[in-house]
Design a protein around this ligand. Sequence first.
Ligand code: HAM
Length: 429
Amino acid sequence: MTQPFEKVRALTGMKDILPHESAAWESLEEIVREWLALYGYRNMRTPVLEHTRLFARGIGEVTDIVEKEMYSFRDSLNGEQLTMRPEFTAGMVRATIEHNLLYDRPQRVYCMGPVFRHERPQRGRYRQFHQIDVEALGFTGPDVDAELIVMLARLWQQLGLKDVRLELNSLGQADERAAHRQALVEHLEKHIDVLDEEARRRMHTNPLRVLDTKNPAMQEMADSAPRLFDFLGAESRAHFDGVCTRLQEAGIEYRLNPRLVRGLDYYNLTVFEWVTDRLGAQGTVCGGGRYDGLLELLGGKPAPAVGFAIGMERLLDLWQQSGELPAAVECDVYMVHQGEEAQRKASLLAEELRNVGLRVVVHAGSTGFKSQFKRADASGATVALIIGQDELTSGQVSVKWLRRQDDEARPQQETLPFGDVAETLKTRM
Ligand code: HAM
């Protein structure tokens, strides 16, 4: 006797994308590919699994991601320490170095797919989620920094998104951050009594992140902390001004947010986030910035770089709210039939319709007309074609328009000779 099997469910925070949802994903992916092509970006696909040390080094040991959110394990076959990618940037930089992609020219590249972080799931926050990650490698900016932001504004506009705001900051260069860090640590030490446990733990390892706190008791301390922006030298300021000027010229509004530090350690100079109030607590749709030190940090020749990643679940949620999401349809034409001969005729005709590019579902299963029409309607098809005994005898297919009829004068139901159906539907749909 077979053992009863306890039903298996998906892992917490890892969602199935079901057939009725996938149309939106596919439309988004298509729009995104075309949008990226407009700016000369090319796709690359890196492995889901990488050596753990790539992310530890790349993202930074003292970050939430590396400290507590990575899905890491030891490969039982060869003992290697591996991690499911928690983001794309480190892997893309690794691939760039490994394949010497920057040897003769800079690169504009993107990746799209699942990434993994062991976070507490809630709306807009999952353990497997998807990113569109775009990287411009080998450009010093600030023109490219601004172009990336302008590009994002175009995408929001194309999707009809409302209420997405841009926040901008500069993290300067390493020596400027070091001077600021010293001043910041002194400030934190002066206010040690209001620091929570996490802040005390981090004040010497990653003091900038302490300012990112949501703890209300620490807000005043954070507000009065020395600002990194005030420690920037002339070059860093000029870079930042260069970005701002270009954004102004492009008509893009932004807010300077001196507290914007991002949760990954590789950034310098420009950092930015696009945020919205429409998604509840997880309102950051996109984050990115410049990371000129990462290639060298990961063993490559020094080269500047800048990029961003969009959270696809959050973007889709916003797109849905905008009401501009295209309707999910299974097919253009649904074929209803009665009797075996009609069924065979329907299958042959369906092939003809597919030859002219129409999406066709031939009803299969139960035979009642009523249930077939119900299915036809639920499929989202524009038109139902009906083949029964009468149609076989007369050589005419019955055509029933279920949706959208551009030509108001056209009857809702009509008949067409078998031989004319494909061409007629092709021109009318
Ligand atoms: P990030 O800010 O960690 O940046 O993630 C980018 C976006 O991914 C976030 O703005 C958010 O929309 C989405 N996201 C993050 N965590 C989750 C989650 N648990 N569930 C759903 N969505 C999430 C990066 O990953 C950098 N690699 C971006 C970058 C590229 N910087 C330079 N190049």
